[in-house]
Design a protein around this ligand. Structure first.
Ligand code: CA
Length: 139
């Protein structure tokens, strides 16, 4: 089967399961770009503009995946990442970091703080979607 067909099949299977994504990003334009591309693929997206809002929505929404910007107003993204890892109910929740910080040290730090993947801005929404699919639990 052609690679494109496999991707389409995976996206269709994913959409049927309606996985839930918590999107934590303070920049409205980037948040909308990510929300749109994930929603197009059938994912349910809840948005948060900072870490405090993210923690509130986390409890109400019970996401299957978190997409997390690192540079946020108030609580830094890395601190939120650590908090999620230290909680029993979110210790294994997949987290994809999206960050403008592109050095190897920044990536290593993000992964050390518990992120499952690290994407450097600017990035393609399709790349993010593919990585999200790879991390989502099989339903
Ligand atoms: Ca930011």
């Amino acid at each position: 089967m052609a690679e494109g067909a496999v991707v389409v099949e995976k996206i269709e299977a994913l959409a049927a399961a309606h996985p839930r994504v918590l999107l934590v990003e303070d920049e409205a334009d980037i948040r909308e770009l990510i929300r749109y591309s994930l929603a197009q693929a059938g994912l349910e997206v809840v948005e948060a503009g900072d870490g405090v809002e993210a923690l509130e929505k986390l409890n109400a929404f019970a996401p299957d995946l978190v997409v997390l910007d690192l540079m946020l107003p108030g609580m830094p993204g890395l601190e939120l990442c650590q908090r999620l890892r230290s909680r029993a109910d979110t210790a294994r929740l997949p987290i994809i970091v999206v960050s403008a910080k592109s050095s190897a040290t920044d990536k290593a730090l993000g992964l050390a703080m518990g992120a499952d993947d690290y994407i450097t801005k600017p990035f393609s929404p399709r790349d993010l979607l593919m990585r999200a699919i790879a991390l989502l639990p099989r339903h």
